[in-house]
Design a protein around this ligand. Structure first.
Ligand SMILES: C[S@@+](CC[C@H](N)C(=O)[O-])C[C@H]1O[C@@H](n2cnc3c(N)ncnc32)[C@H](O)[C@@H]1O
Length: 495
């Protein structure tokens, strides 16, 4: 039987390009952005998906009958519906900072998909859109197996953002031999076959290697920070972030008149009320970047109370700075570096800074924590989780990782100073802590990414309940979290 996984090596570079172009960027983004899509927009998305399929889908497209001919088209339409929805959600939420979709975003998304079909061929786009959904499907079956057919078809456990029922996917998975009926139970339930297990493994590998899972995680983080309405209040009252901001600012060697780059500026707490703009004065300039439009919008709101400040807020990630080489006299940032690909970020900062510019920052280091209350609280995450415990991908960096990266930078930075700082969190406020860890910072993402949507929500609820039990046991004083962090300062050198 022809195997879809044989296509993966050929599809990998196309997937990478799509991710760069922000097409097909990850359905779970819809989880935060568009859980409620009005009937009117559902119809419109449907209509646009049908149009794409009508124009670009032909039965010959998939000459080997891996998909049964009679529902090929429906599955393709469904994949297009999700591709349009998630791409539209990306533009609405992460480019425009809007809570939900609107008509124009749906048209933009549909147009982008069409352009991608022309650029990379319709067949490849249909494949990729299909794989993204199949990954979530297979993962859910594996996690819940035996999974009730009705639960699969309603999608409520693993793709609640889908605006259609998953009957066709269900038939396809069974026909294709990726799942089978479980015969020893009286319920109508299914489980993965060996073939299904193999495919899930290969899909996961593919989505990891192409950066899809990483990008999806990142986007959820940007959206999550953007949605955290009480960010300033939580950080200022429950943590020592204000202290850390002043530590960075007082050591940053800034002078009036400088053009300073601030990275991960968030709500402008360091930029504006934290005093960064005052340090550069009216002849200087602060260019402050953050990828989260929700956060930047709050900075812009605040800026109205600082009419004299020379500051420019720009949406960007630290890994891809939209500035010319040698633009800045200094770079600064508070609690952002640990959310980035540190090596890439340090190279970008080096590129956009002038020789002799200082970069100064503080950031958090990896869990697990040694405090008994933390270990006890987070047991459901760490038990049986060697991968998470040892992994350094996308969670906070370990001290060793940072050291190794710094060691590779001796051609680009000198006078490196690195020392421990303590980040303190008052985790007694359970709901706020959980909101920050799971909905904004997504600190445990490497673990969460392997769970279907509903299992993630259940785990968060479980941890919230555990939090209240821990609170009773340890009390306010016993729940102060001492989180390891580092201060880093280095000077840009260019030969
Ligand atoms: C904990 S907040 C810190 C915000 C601010 N510096 C402060 O002191 O309050 C982390 C910020 O990093 C931003 N961030 C996440 N990933 C980033 C990336 N790849 N590049 C730049 N900023 C990023 C988030 O959007 C968020 O605003």
């Amino acid at each position: 039987m022809p195997d879809i996984t044989d296509e993966l090596p050929r599809l990998a570079p196309i997937m990478q390009n799509l991710l760069k172009e922000n097409v097909l960027v990850g359905p779970t983004l819809t989880n935060v952005a568009v859980m409620e899509i009005t009937q009117e927009y559902q119809n419109l998305i449907n209509q646009e998906a049908q149009k794409l399929v009508h124009t670009y889908w032909t039965t010959e497209l998939f000459s080997h009958p891996f998909i049964q001919p009679y529902f090929q088209k429906v599955v393709a339409t469904n994949a297009m519906i999700d591709a349009i929805t998630s791409t539209a959600a990306f533009y609405a939420h992460l480019r425009l900072g809007q809570e939900g979709l609107d008509e124009s975003m749906i048209f933009v998304a549909s147009k982008l998909l069409e352009t991608s079909m022309q650029r990379y061929t319709p067949k490849n786009i249909f494949w990729l859109a299909f794989i993204v959904n199949a990954y979530d499907d297979y993962q859910a079956i594996q996690y819940y197996q035996p999974m009730l057919a009705t639960d699969f078809v309603s999608g409520s456990f693993h793709r609640p953002w889908s605006i259609y029922r998953l009957e066709e996917e269900f038939k396809l998975i069974l026909d294709y031999g990726a799942a089978e009926w479980v015969t020893h139970t009286s319920d109508m339930s299914i489980r993965l076959t060996q073939r299904g297990e193999k495919h899930l493994y290969k899909f996961r590998q593919f989505l990891e290697a192409t950066g899809f899972l990483e990008k999806r995680a990142q986007l959820n983080r940007f959206a999550g920070f953007g949605q955290m309405q009480d960010y300033d209040d939580v950080m200022n009252t429950l943590t020592n972030t204000q202290e850390l901001r002043s530590l960075v600012l007082t050591n940053a060697k800034l002078k009036p008149g400088m053009h300073v780059l601030e990275l991960g500026c968030g709500t402008g707490a360091l930029t504006l009320e934290g005093g960064l703009v005052n340090q550069v004065g009216s002849h200087g300039l602060v260019t402050a970047i953050d990828p989260s439009v929700g956060m930047l919008n709050r900075s812009l709101q605040k800026l109205k109370s600082y009419p004299e400040s020379s500051v420019k807020f720009v949406q960007a990630t630290a890994e891809e700075l939209p500035f010319e080489n040698n633009t800045f006299d200094a770079a600064i940032g508070c609690l952002f570096l640990h959310f980035t690909n540190i090596q890439v970020t340090l190279k970008e900062i080096h590129r956009v800074c002038k020789p002799g510019a200082w970069f100064t920052t503080v950031y958090g280091l990896q869990f697990p924590q040694t405090e008994p209350f933390m270990t006890e609280w987070l047991t459901p995450i760490y038990e049986n989780n060697e991968t998470l415990r040892n992994s350094t991908t996308d969670q906070l960096p370990s001290e060793d990782t940072v050291r190794e990266i710094i060691d590779t930078l001796d051609e680009t930075y000198d006078q490196v100073q690195i020392y421990p700082v303590e980040m303190i969190g008052n985790t007694f406020h359970i709901d706020k802590t959980i909101e920050f860890w799971f909905r904004a910072a997504h600190i445990f993402e490497p673990f969460m990414r392997n769970l279907p949507w509903k299992a993630q929500q259940d785990l968060i609820e479980n941890l919230t309940n555990r939090g209240y039990q821990i609170q009773n046991k340890y009390g306010k004083e016993g729940m102060i979290q001492h989180h390891p962090g580092q201060f880093l300062q280095a000077r840009v050198i260019k030969v």
